[in-house]
Design a protein around this ligand. Sequence first.
Ligand code: PEP
Length: 254
Amino acid sequence: MNKERKLIIAGNWKMNKTVAESCDLVADLKRELAHLTSVDMVICPPFTALADVSKIVQGTNLWLGAQNVSEHPYGAFTGEIATGQLRELLVHYVILGHSERRQFQRESDELVSKKAKTAHQASLIPIVCVGETLAERESGKTEEVVGTQIKNSLTGLTNEEMQETIVAYEPVWAIGTGRTATSQQAQEVHAFIRSRLAEQFGETVAKLVRIQYGGSVKPANASELMSQVDVDGALVGGASLDANSFVEIIKNTV
Ligand code: PEP
């Protein structure tokens, strides 16, 4: 697929897989994908598996991501994990503001923006998630909700930091439901996000930012979604837990 920006496809394993299962899965992915260079590929295992998985992906084209990080660089924050501790394991990306964390851990835009800043200060690339609920979409509030999340979750980033940041548009109603946004719905919101990024950070930066779509991405719909001009990759949940389906999603887009 010939795109203006290089596609980036990430697998969010959420709270699934033991260390042994994680190593098996990544070994399969490594065998199938290690030499593919036309797409950036990121896997985000649970924290418990990062150290072992990190060793397996070294020297391959698979990048390692984490699913969360503290907004504080270090200190007395029991149960939290710091950017430096992730960097020590050669983690490069971190998912921030996933709707499950916004919903179950009450993460606010303000907290997400602090985490994004802390991540950049440690040379970790944030994947910042935004997206509306079904009720918000049905009441015509998609742009209002997503626009506010974009403005407030990315506030404080410099232009240099923003152009490296990945944005993931994940309509909450499509996550884990099997109900995917149509490619047209995705393109509309992605174009809107890019226009807001242009207002906030300037046209040049907005053109460089990669915006992933997430929400029930499967081998059957990946190519159509990613053929849209402003869709620059995917954040994949359920389908990334199975090597065959994650590999197929990636191979369907190259
Ligand atoms: C996600 O959790 O980021 C996600 C997109 O999940 P799924 O692909 O299972 O809808």
